[in-house]
Design a protein around this ligand. Sequence first.
Ligand SMILES: CC(C)(COP(=O)(O)OP(=O)(O)OC[C@H]1O[C@@H](n2cnc3c(N)ncnc32)[C@H](O)[C@@H]1OP(=O)(O)O)[C@@H](O)C(=O)NCCC(=O)NCCS
Length: 166
Amino acid sequence: MLVTTLSSSDRTWVRERTELLFGGDTVVSRDVVHQPSELPGFIAMEGSERIGLATFKIDDGRCELVTLDALCQWCGVGTTLLEAVEKAARAEGCTDIWLITTNDNLDALRFFQRRGFCITTVRVNAMEHIRRLKPGVPLVGSYGIPVNDEIEMEKALADGECWKVV
Ligand SMILES: CC(C)(COP(=O)(O)OP(=O)(O)OC[C@H]1O[C@@H](n2cnc3c(N)ncnc32)[C@H](O)[C@@H]1OP(=O)(O)O)[C@@H](O)C(=O)NCCC(=O)NCCS
């Protein structure tokens, strides 16, 4: 697997992936509307095929992982892309990396906790508000679980340990 920097020739594909994963070409986090296709990121390639995508945003010394999308699950794609984003964040001097997922996303909750992230905030019923901004967000998500709550996770980059207890 090869990891390349997201380039302008990937933008249409990034928009398609965002539509599939998030029910629209935008992602909303903390009331900020992101267009992943316009963000910096990394693409995982197997030969000439794109098999994964990560986009991020660096702001005020923190790195937000806006999307992480492995087309081949349990193949190491997510780990490889997360490592690339962490490396970029460290190079920019970020103190930490954070992300938002939803209560149904058990695969992501497992994946990120196994990689040093901790849960810092749970916004109960936040998806109701998100649906007003993005009506395409599904009511039912992974494993048939209703998509209700936002879960914020973060990892300090200094020592890679969870440092906040909630
Ligand atoms: C969450 C997500 C990004 C994880 O990506 P992934 O590519 O499946 O993750 P990896 O394959 O790197 O790691 C998952 C497990 O597979 C294992 N694995 C990696 N390579 C493997 C291989 N070749 N064979 C078998 N298992 C393997 C890893 O060891 C890991 O297990 P661990 O957590 O116990 O260490 C992925 O499920 C996904 O894209 N989900 C949909 C989008 C999403 O929810 N994104 C996150 C929120 S923005």
